[in-house]
Design a protein around this ligand. Structure first.
Ligand SMILES: NC(=O)c1ccc[n+]([C@@H]2O[C@H](COP(=O)([O-])OP(=O)(O)OC[C@H]3O[C@@H](n4cnc5c(N)ncnc54)[C@H](OP(=O)(O)O)[C@@H]3O)[C@@H](O)[C@H]2O)c1
Length: 279
């Protein structure tokens, strides 16, 4: 029996057990994936005893991603650059950590907007929080020409430039509408537009008709930003794709099979988010 889990504080909202549970059943693997609430002060002890408690690894979510990075051995160079892990695995008795948020974002974009060329593209990222760090890093690794980062706290956008170099262009939050005409990809990484949060205020008038718009918020499945972009004919990619694609490598690391993100899986999770969802 191979065991994995997702840890966070709180953790009751996580849909990861549904995703991994679907794949375990599909492949007939004798394994489990549970939700475990872990208080921040108990994180060191939890990760330290992961293998002794029979876990092949775990996913790590808010607020533990940075603290977990400091407690495990980074498995690869991109994770070292990020300073945050979302996937932990045990290998040869060692607890290693990696980050799959960036590849989840890119693979979701490739699946949802195959015509978009990231290389040399001009991207506007709204937000500079944890998810924006992983996404900006992934866009740059995939050759984006320029990543404009608009954030309410401009110092965080500045930090991204210091960290990743001059292809990152910090932008005052109040100026977020001004550079849309040149943009080929617009990404919302803020929590604005999420159920229970304020709406994202943005005027898409200047956005080119071919520009791709994506939102990593996935509750609701189609945010007001995406609805407004789709209504004017822009290609849109919903945030659920990132959640599904970021789960692939963790499953492979723990259970030894690389799973696929299928329409069936998408619809299962979409219905959990919105019981009225129809394909
Ligand atoms: N689809 C996926 O797989 C996936 C993965 C990760 C995260 N997410 C979603 O992405 C969102 C962000 O996650 P995160 O981990 O990056 O969170 P975070 O680190 O807390 O960052 C939140 C971001 O939102 C901005 N923000 C919050 N309230 C704002 C307001 N009233 N006006 C302007 N900006 C505001 C923050 O700006 P300041 O810096 O100025 O505070 C910051 O840039 C969440 O909704 C999360 O659920 C989705």
């Amino acid at each position: 029996m191979i065991k994995s889990c997702v840890i966070g504080w709180p953790i009751s909202h996580s849909r990861s057990p549904l995703i991994h549970g679907y794949w375990l059943k599909k492949f007939g693997i004798e394994g489990s994936y549970e939700r475990i609430p872990v208080e921040p002060e108990k994180l060191p002890a939890f990760l330290h005893s992961l293998a002794d408690n029979g876990f092949a690894g775990c996913n790590v979510t808010l607020p533990h991603k940075e603290q977990a990075f400091r407690l495990v051995t980074p498995a690869d160079e991109p994770t070292e650059r990020l300073g945050a892990v979302n996937t932990v695995f045990v290998k040869d008795g060692k607890v290693l950590g990696t980050n799959t948020d960036g590849e989840g974002f890119i693979n979701s974009l490739r699946a949802g907007a195959p015509a978009l060329g990231i290389r040399n593209s001009r991207v506007i990222v709204l937000g500079a929080g944890g998810a924006a760090v992983a996404i900006t890093n992934a866009l740059l690794l995939n050759g984006a020409g320029e990543v404009v980062v608009a954030n309410r706290s401009i110092d965080k956008a500045e930090n991204l430039r210091k960290r990743f170099g001059n292809r990152v262009k910090p932008l005052e939050w109040t100026k977020r509408n001004d550079q849309l005409s040149e943009c080929e990809l617009l990404v919302n990484t803020t929590s604005l537009g999420m159920k229970g949060q304020e709406d994202l205020q943005i005027d898409l008038t200047m956005l080119a008709p071919k520009a791709v718009v994506t939102d990593i918020v996935y509750v609701p499945l189609r945010t007001k930003l995406l609805a407004a972009a789709a209504a004017r004919g822009n290609p849109v990619v919903e945030g659920l794709g990132m959640l599904l694609h970021q789960a692939v490598r963790g499953f492979e690391l723990w259970f030894g099979v690389r799973p696929a993100v299928t329409i069936e899986l998408h619809d299962l999770i979409a219905r959990d988010i919105d019981p009225g969802y129809k394909t």
